[in-house]
Write a protein of this length. Structure first.
Length: 79
Protein backbone atom coordinates (compact mmCIF):
# COMPACT_ATOMS: atom_id res chain seq x y z
CA UNK A 1 0.00 0.00 0.00
CA UNK A 2 2.90 2.33 0.64
CA UNK A 3 3.67 2.38 -3.10
CA UNK A 4 0.10 3.44 -3.91
CA UNK A 5 0.27 6.56 -1.75
CA UNK A 6 1.39 10.00 -2.77
CA UNK A 7 3.89 11.79 -0.55
CA UNK A 8 2.17 12.60 2.78
CA UNK A 9 -0.80 10.44 1.73
CA UNK A 10 -2.74 8.51 4.37
CA UNK A 11 -3.84 4.91 4.62
CA UNK A 12 -6.68 4.05 7.02
CA UNK A 13 -7.50 0.38 7.55
CA UNK A 14 -8.60 -2.17 10.10
CA UNK A 15 -6.13 -4.92 10.91
CA UNK A 16 -6.37 -8.16 12.85
CA UNK A 17 -5.85 -7.89 16.59
CA UNK A 18 -4.14 -11.27 16.91
CA UNK A 19 -2.16 -13.78 14.87
CA UNK A 20 -4.31 -15.83 12.50
CA UNK A 21 -2.52 -18.05 9.94
CA UNK A 22 -5.69 -18.08 7.84
CA UNK A 23 -9.32 -19.05 8.26
CA UNK A 24 -12.36 -19.04 6.00
CA UNK A 25 -15.68 -17.81 7.31
CA UNK A 26 -18.30 -19.45 5.13
CA UNK A 27 -21.00 -16.80 5.53
CA UNK A 28 -19.68 -13.28 6.09
CA UNK A 29 -22.26 -10.79 4.86
CA UNK A 30 -23.66 -13.52 2.60
CA UNK A 31 -20.42 -14.75 1.06
CA UNK A 32 -17.35 -16.76 2.06
CA UNK A 33 -14.27 -14.73 2.98
CA UNK A 34 -10.67 -15.50 3.88
CA UNK A 35 -9.16 -13.82 6.96
CA UNK A 36 -5.60 -13.80 8.23
CA UNK A 37 -3.59 -11.46 10.41
CA UNK A 38 -0.69 -10.64 12.66
CA UNK A 39 -0.22 -9.36 16.19
CA UNK A 40 -0.27 -5.59 16.75
CA UNK A 41 3.51 -5.59 17.27
CA UNK A 42 4.10 -7.49 14.02
CA UNK A 43 1.74 -5.15 12.14
CA UNK A 44 3.60 -2.13 13.53
CA UNK A 45 6.90 -3.59 12.31
CA UNK A 46 5.53 -4.30 8.83
CA UNK A 47 4.04 -0.81 8.48
CA UNK A 48 7.23 0.99 9.51
CA UNK A 49 9.39 -1.35 7.38
CA UNK A 50 7.26 -0.28 4.39
CA UNK A 51 8.33 3.32 5.03
CA UNK A 52 5.11 4.57 6.58
CA UNK A 53 4.85 6.68 9.73
CA UNK A 54 2.18 5.50 12.14
CA UNK A 55 -0.21 8.28 13.10
CA UNK A 56 -2.47 5.99 15.13
CA UNK A 57 -2.62 2.27 15.86
CA UNK A 58 -5.24 1.37 18.43
CA UNK A 59 -7.76 -1.28 19.36
CA UNK A 60 -11.36 -0.19 18.93
CA UNK A 61 -14.22 -2.24 20.39
CA UNK A 62 -17.33 -2.89 18.30
CA UNK A 63 -20.44 -5.06 18.47
CA UNK A 64 -20.57 -7.57 15.62
CA UNK A 65 -23.40 -10.08 15.22
CA UNK A 66 -24.55 -9.27 18.75
CA UNK A 67 -21.16 -9.91 20.34
CA UNK A 68 -18.28 -7.71 21.43
CA UNK A 69 -15.05 -7.82 19.43
CA UNK A 70 -12.14 -5.50 18.62
CA UNK A 71 -10.33 -4.34 15.53
CA UNK A 72 -6.89 -2.79 15.32
CA UNK A 73 -7.34 0.49 13.41
CA UNK A 74 -4.31 1.90 11.61
CA UNK A 75 -3.76 5.41 10.31
CA UNK A 76 -0.35 5.78 8.65
CA UNK A 77 1.27 8.42 6.47
CA UNK A 78 3.80 8.16 3.67
CA UNK A 79 6.72 10.32 4.73
Amino acid sequence: MADWLRLRGLVVTALARKYDPGTVETDWLGAPIYFSGYTPDESRQFVTAAGLSIVSLQLEPIIENGGATEFLWLVARKA
